[in-house]
Design a protein around this ligand. Structure first.
Ligand SMILES: [Zn+2]
Length: 284
């Protein structure tokens, strides 16, 4: 059993310093997760690492099996998910090589299954605060202590991809006051919420998207930045995991968890409930 699930995105394919490493192939009613889950210990805390796009990077953001990923981490016992994603920045104040802990999310994806529910089972999870703000705060403070360039309180847009934004889209998002743009926080954060997992999101800024004149994205520059961000993310994981394991969520976070009692409706097909046993924390 693990306590904390870590999802690594582009530029983060493993965790350094893990002890007692095992690779586990987890099966779920939603198919296979992106990759085997690498379990191990950080300062005695059991964690499971999952490469979102697979360690061979074979899934586009649209193709990532989000439901299987969240289900698998929950099945292994995780109560917290720590998600890392490479993002573009829409604001000068979040330059490349910064780790940003956002507090809000805009969903502009169009081709993804974004819920575990349906088929007769109707549950509306609260999502006003998509990230666990206690954890965002903890991660921000810890990053600062480690002298990592960090920021908090940003709005992240999730776009479908895999192509990047046009200049007009980028300028539009910037003018709307959004701060960061990525491709995976939706439906990942939404599904984690439905699964009653505490969800933290660390955005690793790689570039200024496409809005900034003279700062157009170049592959070589982005790769160098990604390597830098990877080192920072790995340091942050080692330092934050023992702290996260010790902290419980505040009352505000607890209010955001879904009311799973709605699933007691007798009209719901047993097969639907059976498939969701892990998510609903009940046997059917
Ligand atoms: Zn919290």
């Amino acid at each position: 059993m693990i306590q904390i699930g870590i999802i690594g995105g582009s530029g983060l394919y493993n965790v350094e310093g893990l002890k007692k490493i095992k690779e586990i192939a987890v099966r779920t009613p939603f198919g296979n997760p992106s990759d085997k889950i690498i379990t191990g210990e950080i300062a005695g805390i059991k964690v499971g690492f999952l490469a979102r796009h697979n360690r061979k990077h074979i899934f586009t953001p649209t193709e990532v099996p989000y439901k299987a990923n969240i289900y698998a981490l929950k099945k292994l016992g995780a109560s917290v998910v720590l998600a890392f994603s490479a993002v573009g920045s829409l604001q000068e104040k979040f330059p490349p090589k910064t780790l940003v802990m956002p507090d809000q999310l805009i969903d502009k994806t169009t081709l993804r299954q974004n819920t575990f529910f349906g088929g007769g089972l109707v549950i509306h999870a609260p999502f006003a605060y998509p990230f666990c703000n206690c954890l965002q705060e903890l991660l921000y403070k810890e990053a600062k202590k480690l002298k990592i360039k960090a920021a908090s309180g940003a709005t992240l847009v999730a776009m479908e991809g895999p192509a990047y934004s046009t200049k007009a889209e980028s300028l539009f998002h910037k003018k709307m006051g959004f701060d960061l743009i990525g491709m995976t926080a939706c439906p990942e954060a939404k599904l984690a919420r439905e699964a009653s997992l505490r969800f933290a999101q660390v955005c690793m800024v790689t570039d200024f998207d496409t809005w900034k004149e003279g700062e157009e994205v170049s592959v070589a520059k982005v790769n160098e930045t990604m390597k830098y961000n990877e080192v920072c993310a790995k340091k942050l994981i080692l330092a934050a995991v023992p702290l996260i394991a010790k902290t419980a969520c505040c009352a505000d976070c607890k209010k955001e968890m879904p009311d799973l009692k709605a699933s007691h409706n007798k009209a719901v097909d047993k097969k639907v409930l059976k498939k969701l046993e892990v998510i609903l924390k009940q046997k059917f």
